[in-house]
Design a protein around this ligand. Structure first.
Ligand SMILES: Nc1ncnc2c1ncn2[C@@H]1O[C@H](COP(=O)(O)OP(=O)(O)O)[C@@H](O)[C@H]1O
Ligand SMILES: [Mg+2]
Length: 472
């Protein structure tokens, strides 16, 4: 009132009039702002959502926009309802499509169902993923429901497991991880490697500039860590050469199935820096600016699906520079599923292109997976290296008693155990044999309970090009 009196004096009007005028202005302004925000919400959120929903529901987007009442802030209690036309089939696929659209536009995971009287769609927000999940809680689930190409990523909303389908016809061959420091990248790698190894994969080339990521997992068969630049380049080049060999074999025998090889690219931002620095030192004038290793990786990513190759690439931030520079788009697209955590808006936009952006969480191990355009908040289970390693070994090695081959019906004579014995049998130096075997894995290789490598004799001879004749 004091202010009104002063203004009244200045305007030479009675103060109650000024007070009323002032309040009207404030009230009007408030209503105006509300109206504008409502319009904004309608134009930026409701209308585009109605347009997106028109396709899977068979509704007209204009009619749908009238019916859609979606609050500005979504909470776990939010429920959205809208009518659907008679043509709607109420299939799981249609419900999923609606859930995906709502999730991508408003965040959260949605449960979508049909309700009757009147016939309508009801969408509710699912409960957040659990706050922490220990490996011990998921070990049985993996044993019962996982598989050589079916790898558990973690639990989503309502504690629903997210399985990554690495099978030849599945949604991903390569998984790209873009997670800031301390976000659980190395822990995740150990968790995933343990699962692949449990199901029998036994070839894990690991490119790790920082050395320590897979510490505690050394007993896993076929885990080979490359730490120095030249070593890393050679290993990746060999993977690519072997992939090309496998394609030759596939041409001759289209039924052939190949031993899984899971290549782990750890700390790729650091690798990019080291690789470029090294390339600067050694490259000749006419060499390309990008180190050739990126050619090898790109080819591996885009071609390995049919010949047993899979890759997990790990980045603090999956930038163009860390994905080979000029080929970065192809390279990044080759990661069929992406997992992000501790990300900024720029990283989200370049990697997913999905609007609105997901919000990064502070919860350790809470990652956002983008699977076939669908955004899924997931809690990644955490296991100690020792328990993961024990789990891995309990799978594959469990059924192989010392010195015997599983399921081949062969006696001891049909089998060679140990590097020395194999080298002697092939009349090679142990060191030469060891290197050749690393370059070109031997089909049918297995491990004994003592974790020694072994081979069916005929497989060994075939690998060495000595064929059946020598067996006699
Ligand atoms: N899935 C998880 N759930 C809970 N805590 C986790 C999880 N993963 C990692 N952590 C915690 O975060 C720490 C850092 O994890 P680490 O894998 O080394 O991260 P990064 O490799 O991304 O730097 C771990 O020591 C562990 O305490
Ligand atoms: Mg790490």
């Amino acid at each position: 009132m004091f202010t009104a009196t002063i203004i009244a004096g200045l305007l030479e009007a009675p103060w109650p009039t000024v007070a009323v005028a002032g309040l009207t202005t404030i009230g009007g302004g408030w209503l105006g702002i509300r109206w504008i925000r409502g319009r904004w919400h309608f134009r930026r959120k409701i209308r585009p959502t109605a347009r997106a929903l028109a396709l899977p529901t068979g509704h007209s987007s204009v009619a749908l926009a009238q019916h859609l009442s979606i609050p500005r802030t979504i909470t776990e209690d939010t429920q959205i309802e809208f009518p659907v036309p008679d043509t709607f089939q109420h299939s799981a696929g249609q419900h999923d499509a609606v859930a995906t659209i709502l999730g991508n536009r408003f965040g959260h995971d949605w449960h979508v169902r049909t309700a009757r009287n009147p016939l309508r769609i009801v969408a509710t927000v699912k409960k957040e993923p659990p706050g922490k999940v220990l490996f011990a809680e998921v070990a049985d689930l993996i044993r019962e429901q996982g598989g050589p190409w079916k790898i558990l990523a973690g639990f989503g909303a309502n504690r629903e497991p997210l399985w990554l389908d690495f099978s030849p016809g599945g949604e991903l061959v390569n998984l790209g991880v873009s997670v800031g420091t301390g976000g659980g990248k190395s822990a995740f790698l150990r968790f995933v490697v343990a699962q692949f190894a449990y199901w029998g994969a036994d070839d894990f080339p690991v490119i790790d500039t920082k050395f320590v990521s897979l510490t505690g997992m050394e007993d896993i068969p076929g885990l080979r860590v490359y730490r120095r630049v030249e070593e890393q380049w050679k290993a990746l080049h060999d993977v690519r050469l072997d992939m090309d060999d496998r394609y030759e074999e596939l041409l001759l025998n289209p039924q052939k199935s190949f031993r899984p090889r899971v290549t782990i690219l750890e700390e790729q931002n650091d690798a990019a820096i080291e690789w470029r620095a090294h390339w600067q030192e050694i490259k000749e004038r006419r060499d390309p600016a990008t180190p050739p290793v990126y050619q090898d990786i790109t080819r591996m990513l885009i071609k390995q699906r049919q010949v047993g190759g899979r890759t997990i690439g790990v980045y603090q931030r999956m930038t163009a520079a860390s994905c080979g520079g000029i080929d970065a788009t192809v390279f990044r697209d080759a990661y069929g599923v992406k997992a992000l955590s501790r990300f900024g808006p720029g990283a989200w936009d370049t990697l997913t292109g999905i609007k609105p952006r997901a919000t990064p969480s502070n919860i350790p191990g809470r990652w956002t997976f983008v699977v076939e355009g669908r955004v899924r908040p997931i809690q990644v289970p955490y296991g100690e290296p020792a328990e993961l390693s024990a789990f891995a070994l309990s799978g594959r090695v469990r059924d192989i008693p010392t010195g015997e081959v599983v399921g081949q019906g062969q006696g001891q004579e049909g089998v060679v155990i140990g590097l020395e014995e194999a080298a002697a049998r092939l009349r090679m130096k142990p060191e030469t044999f060891r290197k050749a075997r690393q370059r070109r894995p031997i089909t049918g290789e297995f491990r004994t309970a003592q974790n020694r490598p072994g081979w069916p004799l005929d497989a060994l001879l075939r690998w060495a090009g000595m064929g059946e004749a020598e067996t006699a």
